[in-house]
Design a protein around this ligand. Structure first.
Ligand code: CA
Length: 315
C-alpha cells in the first residue's frame, strides 16, 4: 500500500477525496492549508471526515499556513462558502470530532515524516500549494526523498473556475504553485478540465449512490448539497464536481488515467487578468525542460466505480 500525506483545504470534495485516500493508501497524516473556507472550519472538517471513515485518532491532522505566501496585509485570499456552504460541508453543521489537531506545524510534520521515511511518502495535494512550497523552501533536502507529488490544480489550456483563466488552488497561491512546479519534484497534475469532463456525478449517479444506503453515501449526499446548486447556476454543469477525488483515484490506480503527457508547466503570478493561470507548453515553445506529467484523459467508468466502492465500504 502506497504511503501518503494528504494536503487539503478540507471542504466539499476534499472530504470524499480523504475517504478515497483512507480506503486506498496508508495515510501517514493530513495537513491543512488555507483555501476553501475559514481555516479552523477546514481543520474540523478534516477531523470529522476521518471519523466518518472509522479512523478517528489513527491519522494525525496538522495545521499549516492559513494564508498564501503573499497573503499578508491586504493579501487575504477569497474563500468560497458560496460553492461548498458556510461550513464547507453543504451547510450540514456536523458535530465536532473527538480527535483534535496536532500541535506540530504541518510544514514540520511534512519535513520530519519525509526524512524518517526517505523515498516512501507520496504527497497528495488537493489545496493551494502553500504548505508544500514552504516545506521545500525550509528544507530543500526533502525534494530528493519524495517519490511523487500528485497535484489537483491548474488547467491544461482550458477554462478556469475561480476566474476564466485560473483554477482555484493555483489562483489562491500562484507563487506556491510556481515554487512546487519548478522544484524538480516528480509531479502529476490533474487539472480542472479533467474534473468537468470526467468527474461529474449527475442526478442519476446521485440516486444510485443514495441507494447504497451507507454512512458513506449519506455523507456524500450531505456535503454535496450546496455545490450541486452552485454548479448549475454558475458553471452550467448538471451535477457535482469531484476534482480532489479524481486526483486520489489517479494516484491509487494510474491505469484510470488513459492518456497523459509530460510538458513544461509554469504558473502566471503577475498577469493583469490571468494571475494563477497554468501555462502548459504543449508545443515546447518556451524550450524549457519538461517538468510535469499532465493528465489528459480518464476512464470515467473506472473512476465512478472507484468512488461508489469507497462510499459503499463505509458502513
Ligand atoms: Ca481542495
Amino acid at each position: 500500500m502506497k504511503r501518503v500525506i494528504i494536503d487539503t483545504d478540507t471542504a466539499g470534495d476534499d472530504t470524499i477525496a480523504i475517504l478515497t485516500a483512507l480506503h486506498h493508501f496508508k495515510v501517514e497524516g493530513i495537513t491543512i492549508t488555507g483555501g476553501n473556507v475559514q481555516f479552523d472550519q477546514q481543520v474540523e472538517n478534516a477531523l470529522y471526515t476521518v471519523q466518518v471513515a472509522g479512523k478517528g485518532g489513527e491519522v494525525p491532522v496538522s495545521k499549516g499556513y492559513e494564508r498564501p505566501i503573499m497573503g499578508i496585509g491586504k493579501g487575504q485570499h477569497r474563500t468560497v462558502e458560496d460553492v461548498h456552504g458556510k461550513d464547507g460541508m453543504g451547510n450540514s453543521y456536523f458535530e465536532k470530532a473527538v480527535q483534535r489537531p496536532e500541535s506540530k506545524h504541518a510544514v514540520d510534520f511534512l519535513i520530519e515524516t519525509v526524512h524518517e521515511n526517505p523515498g516512501e511518502i507520496h504527497f497528495l495535494a488537493i489545496a493551494p500549494l502553500t504548505n508544500i512550497a514552504m516545506a521545500i523552501k525550509k528544507d530543500p533536502s526533502i525534494i530528493s526523498k519524495i517519490p511523487h507529488v500528485y497535484i489537483m490544480g491548474g488547467t491544461n489550456n482550458a477554462l478556469g473556475n475561480i476566474t476564466p483563466a485560473a483554477e482555484y488552488n493555483f489562483w489562491v497561491d500562484p507563487e506556491a504553485a510556481r515554487i512546487v512546479l519548478n522544484s524538480g519534484l516528480p509531479i502529476t497534475m490533474v487539472g480542472w478540465e479533467m474534473c468537468t469532463r470526467y468527474s461529474i456525478m449527475d442526478d442519476e449517479d446521485h440516486k444510485n449512490i443514495e441507494k447504497l444506503n451507507t454512512v458513506g453515501s449519506q455523507f456524500f449526499k450531505d456535503v454535496n448539497k450546496v455545490v450541486k446548486e452552485f454548479n448549475k447556476k454558475v458553471h452550467k454543469l448538471n451535477g457535482t464536481t469531484h476534482p480532489d477525488t479524481l486526483l486520489m483515484a489517479v494516484a491509487a490506480d494510474e491505469s484510470i488515467m488513459t492518456r497523459s503527457n509530460i510538458y513544461y508547466v509554469d504558473v502566471e503570478t503577475a498577469g493583469e487578468l490571468t494571475r494563477g493561470y497554468s501555462v502548459v507548453d504543449i508545443n515546447g515553445r518556451f524550450e524549457r525542460e519538461k517538468n510535469v506529467r499532465v493528465c489528459e484523459e480518464i476512464d470515467r467508468n473506472a473512476f465512478k466505480n472507484m468512488l461508489i466502492n469507497v462510499l459503499q465500504s463505509i458502513k
